[in-house]
Design a protein around this ligand. Structure first.
Ligand code: CNA
Length: 232
């Protein structure tokens, strides 16, 4: 049995704070690991900015299609176990991921802190269109306006709804579990400041993390950890 199983069994409200490391086992590379996008592409943050979207719309479109979209990816055991806790009303997932895998896993309480690649809209008229349409053309067929995924680009702000939902979940949590994230992107990383004083914080990550305050670090592949975890 997992050494940390009792923590999960005793918790009433868990918050999972997650990132790209949750989806590497589904075949989607993360950003900052050895095989991550940043190692191959030093300018990734610029390519994922609204400034770039406006100055080189075709380049932005190609970059997204080549590096972000994995339409065949499926949820793995990490998404599934976390989703199972939300179905028992015992957890909320707050994720930086934009890959739609938590939705596919049926996660009930989910905050897509950085939006979702599979939600696409026209910046000219605001209409939402199916992702398949975007993957065929970057221009809206009704008004030729620029289509874009509803994700938070590096020079854009987080939606107020996502912030409010995240803060409410953090303040209600009696266990916080950080999974598969380097916790280097702000304001996501600041969410930890909103935890109740003294609340237990557990981090499960392939590389050791530095987090403020007291926390328990499990250096492991999160698929192993969640594979062993019994949801009950
Ligand atoms: P990151 O900075 O690339 O960090 C990922 C972390 O996960 C690293 O510390 C890895 O060691 C760790 N990791 C990788 N695989 C595993 C595993 N199997 N088990 C345990 N740990 C693992 O990514 P962050 O999410 O921290 O950075 C935030 C960015 C990345 C957000 O803006 C995301 O939108 C963006 N991103 C999202 C996706 C996605 O949606 N799947 C993919 C790549 C990047």
């Amino acid at each position: 049995m997992l050494e940390q199983q009792a923590l999960f069994d005793q918790a009433h409200q868990i918050v999972f704070l997650t990132g790209a490391g949750v989806s590497t086992a589904s075949g989607i590379p993360d950003f900052r690991s050895a095989n991550g996008l940043y190692k191959q592409n030093q300018n990734a943050e610029y390519f994922l900015s609204h400034r770039y979207f406006q100055s080189d719309p075709e380049g932005f479109y190609q970059f997204c299609k080549d590096n972000l979209y994995f339409p065949d990816a499926k949820p793995n055991v990490i998404h599934e176990k976390q989703a199972a806790y939300t179905k028992l009303d015992k957890a909320t997932v707050i994720t930086q991921n934009i890959d739609n895998l938590y939705e596919l896993a049926g996660t009930k309480r989910l905050v897509d802190f950085h939006g979702n690649l599979f939600d696409v809209y026209c910046e000219k008229c605001g209409a939402h269109v199916p992702v398949e349409e975007y993957l065929t053309s970057r221009l809206h067929k009704l008004d030729q306006g620029p289509l874009r995924p509803n994700i938070v680009l590096y020079d854009e702000v987080i939606s107020q709804v996502a912030i409010n939902q995240s803060l409410a979940a953090m303040q209600a949590a009696d266990l916080i579990v950080v999974v598969g994230t380097s916790m280097k992107v702000y304001p996501f990383a600041s969410l930890l400041e909103y935890a109740k004083p003294g609340v237990k914080i557990l981090a499960v990550n392939q590389e050791p993390l530095e987090l403020p305050g007291n926390f328990e670090m499990v250096v492991a592949d999160a698929t192993d950890f969640f594979g062993q975890l019994e949801v009950r």
